[in-house]
Design a protein around this ligand. Structure first.
Ligand code: 6MZ
Length: 335
């Protein structure tokens, strides 16, 4: 079930968590590096698995076991970039939560390992432009978030063409958004774009608070309804929809129930993303194919989705222009 059109089209990935995006090949490379045997089958969620969102979060521990050294984090970054590169993704915004590792490796060292791997890949995989959104994990303390934001701000100064924003993620049933507001505000006032997970679970007051706070892009948005949906529409905040992630983690009953259709039908800026392609056993091409088949999208709609992603990305205006050009040339190239 492959589509030649989707295979050929230059693709844009805006919502991918590093440690959720390790596929079988990445697992075996990391097992070889670490001299261990972590089984990727424990980490993957299949459609027959009776898991919920909470259970999904327990899956990341398998990947985290494999990324316990600076070398492993760098290799994981490279493997994930290679995975997207191989399916003709031309622009990738990768997210990851800096964490201290074995042997006194700090959050700053973790980020430096990811950044140096991204820079190395610019030569090795020149057709994919990769940027980084370090993540703030809402299930961890505000003091950790505060320390990490200070490091992220310095990293942005040092690598302005790599570090482009901050992701706010982690288990949505943990942590209180209000507590993180001053920290995220600090990031914003230092020129970092904000991509916030919002409405992944039912919590209307938090959704409203987040929409009032504002953000540059919104992850999931599954439970945004009524007044909050109107706020989202007026603010025209681009929404990253992760179809398999939502269906497999059971926050959405079935693909054809997905809120993607409500957003796409009103021309709201919406993009298709993978979230955690390793955990959800998917690829960006598969996600686009699911969208195409479920919502009866024409090729021009798929091109619109790619264009939405370009315009919603945190790339520079020149980079966006080049990517748009690349996509608009496609029909000629394919005919
Ligand atoms: C919220 C998620 C997520 O950061 O170690 N993460 N946060 N919702 C989701 N939907 C399923 N999927 C992944 O990658 C794994 C981390 O990303 C966040 C979680 O904090 C998870 O531990 P990194 O590279």
């Amino acid at each position: 079930m492959e589509s030649e059109f989707i295979k050929q089209i230059p693709k844009i990935e805006l919502h991918a968590h590093l440690n959720g995006s390790l596929n079988a090949e990445a697992f075996s490379a990391l097992n070889a590096l670490n001299g261990c045997q972590v089984d990727e089958h424990f980490y993957q969620i299949l459609s027959t698995d009776p898991v919920d969102l909470k259970a999904c979060f327990s899956k990341f521990k398998y990947a985290h076991e494999l990324t316990q050294t600076v070398e492993a984090v760098a290799l994981a970054t490279e493997m994930v970039i290679a995975t997207f590169y191989k399916e003709n993704v031309i622009y990738l915004e990768l997210r990851t939560t800096p964490r201290p590792l074995q042997g006194a490796v700090t959050c700053e060292d973790y980020l430096r390992a990811v950044i140096s791997s991204i820079i190395k890949c610019r030569t090795k995989y020149p057709n994919i432009l990769v940027k980084l959104l370090p993540s703030i994990d809402r299930s961890k303390s505000c003091s950790t978030a505060r320390d990490n934001i200070a490091v992220i701000i310095e990293m942005k100064k040092e690598y302005p063409d790599v570090v482009c924003g901050v992701d706010f993620s982690g288990s949505p049933t943990e942590g209180v958004f209000e507590d993180f507001k001053p920290i995220l505000e600090r990031a914003r006032s230092n020129g970092l774009k904000l991509a916030l997970h919002c409405g992944e679970v039912e919590n209307q007051s938090e959704i409203e608070e987040m929409l009032q706070f504002g953000m540059d892009r919104l992850g999931h948005g599954t439970f945004i309804r009524g007044k909050q949906f109107e706020m989202l529409k007026v603010a025209k905040i681009p929404v990253e929809c992760c179809l398999s992630s939502n269906v497999l983690s059971k926050t959405v009953k079935a693909y054809d129930d997905h809120h993607f259709k409500d957003l796409f039908n009103i021309n709201h800026p919406v993009v298709i993303s993978t979230d955690d392609l390793g955990v959800f056993n998917t690829t960006l091409s598969k996600e686009l194919l699911i969208a195409q088949n479920t919502f009866d999208l024409a090729e021009k709609d798929l091109i619109q989705l790619i264009e939405n992603a370009i315009q919603s990305s945190f790339a520079s205006d020149v980079e966006k222009e080049i990517m748009s050009q690349n996509v608009s040339e496609l029909p000629t190239k394919m005919s």
